[in-house]
Design a protein around this ligand. Structure first.
Ligand code: SF4
Length: 388
């Protein structure tokens, strides 16, 4: 049996946010039903009885623009077609303002045991600049309703480095988020993606981005403020809360689905533009909605591109992802996959990075220090030069 993570992409949103280059369309409510049927059909086409599902992640887009009953039905179908582990982590991304209390209760009853809420900022000024459809009050009420519906594992997604944002503003967002007592926090730096309205706003000087130094200070604030509030950093941008007094010490709120990516394990992506990597094979689904729907309706796998992965590329990817984790790449998993040790592959390039305080050595592997995380691209470019 091969354990996999299952990702399902819902490419619909109420409105397009100004910074977004994800595969998502505003409106198109008329396509919802056809798309859901196609997702179920794609699962039937691709499913291999040698697999078992360890995690399910329904992301987007905004999955919660779909009726909760449709998401529940999708989960039922997955469990009918696929072998899903009884303790599987089942996450749904929810955007505030798109789901109410009864809807959340319906998701919980359907087996969703982790809710990832797209909060983004604790300041309504920035939500407006980003073109989000919701306010901070909507985030607060979604979290409260989710707790009432029985969710005990809630993530908040946040973005720092927003136009006009100061270090104080960001720290205020962190404090606001902590007060909502989520079980997990994802804090990503804003990326200005080509072709987005935000890029034009920046280019035309209509908004001003924080400097690199200011953004670095915001990142460092994450590594200081969140651990002090009981959240352990386990990945460059991700923090999971430690068990509280009286709670089982085994409580682990790290995102098991994302750990599959960072550990370079197998995942199957279903839906528009979804990526899969299984047993060293990588493919990307079609990203045109009509082409995707037609391919699946014709009973063919909707593969848009097969990405050949040389062993060298795969080894580099495994290390790049592994270094995102605060524990570093797993030396045993690495050696058993490639038949060489981590130390052999990294060679003499490690020492200057250890000396410079960018890496540290622990438990038979290497880890980025906070300083190394700030400039992780440069550190990894040096470290993995022969593989890139
Ligand atoms: S809600 Fe998310 S996926 Fe949808 S437009 Fe906004 S950022 Fe993009």
């Amino acid at each position: 049996m091969r354990s996999i993570g299952l990702y399902l992409h819902i490419p619909f949103c109420r409105r397009k946010c100004l910074y977004c280059d994800f595969c998502s369309f505003p409106g198109r409510t008329g396509d919802y039903q056809r798309y859901l049927e196609a997702l179920k059909q794609e699962l039937r086409l691709r499913w291999n009885p040698q697999w078992q599902v360890a995690t399910i992640y329904i992301g987007g887009g905004t999955p919660t623009v779909l009726p909760p009953s449709a998401l529940a039905e999708l989960l039922r179908e997955i469990k009918t077609v696929a072998r899903v582990q009884p303790q599987a982590e089942v996450t749904v991304e929810a955007n505030p303002g798109t789901i109410d209390g009864p809807g959340l209760a319906q998701l919980r009853a359907a087996g969703v045991n982790r809710l990832s809420v797209g909060a983004q900022s604790g300041d309504d000024r920035f939500l407006k600049i980003l073109g989000r459809i919701h306010t901070t009050a909507d985030v607060e009420s979604t979290v409260a309703l989710a707790r009432r519906a029985g969710f005990t594992n809630i993530n908040l997604d946040l973005i720092y480095g927003l136009p006009g944002e100061t270090l104080d503003d960001w720290q205020q967002t962190l404090r606001w988020a902590i007060a909502l007592a989520p079980d997990h926090l994802s804090c990503y730096g804003l990326q200005v993606e080509p072709g987005t309205p935000l890029q034009s706003m920046v280019r035309e000087g209509r908004v001003r981005l924080p400097t690199d130094d200011e953004v670095s200070a915001m990142f460092m604030a994450n590594t200081r403020i969140l651990p002090a509030a009981g959240y352990k950093q386990y990945e460059i941008s991700n923090f999971a809360r430690r068990p509280r007094a009286g709670e089982a010490a085994s409580g682990d709120y790290r995102c098991r689905h994302n750990l599959i990516y960072w550990r370079y394990q197998d995942y199957l992506g279903l839906g528009l533009a979804a990526v899969s990597t299984v047993a060293g094979h990588r493919w990307v689904n079609l990203d045109n909605l009509e082409a995707y729907l037609s391919a699946v309706a014709a009973g063919t796998e909707p593969t848009g591109m097969v990405e050949p992965l040389t062993p060298r590329q795969a080894m580099a990817e495994m290390l790049i992802l592994g270094f995102r984790l605060t524990t570093g790449p797993d030396p045993e998993a690495f050696a058993s996959r490639w038949g060489v040790s981590l130390a052999q592959v990294l060679g003499e390039r490690v020492q200057p990075l250890l000396d410079g305080g960018f890496l540290r050595e622990a438990a038979g592997t290497y880890r980025l220090t906070p300083r190394g995380m700030l400039v992780s691209n440069q550190v990894l470019t040096k470290l993995l030069a022969p593989l890139l």
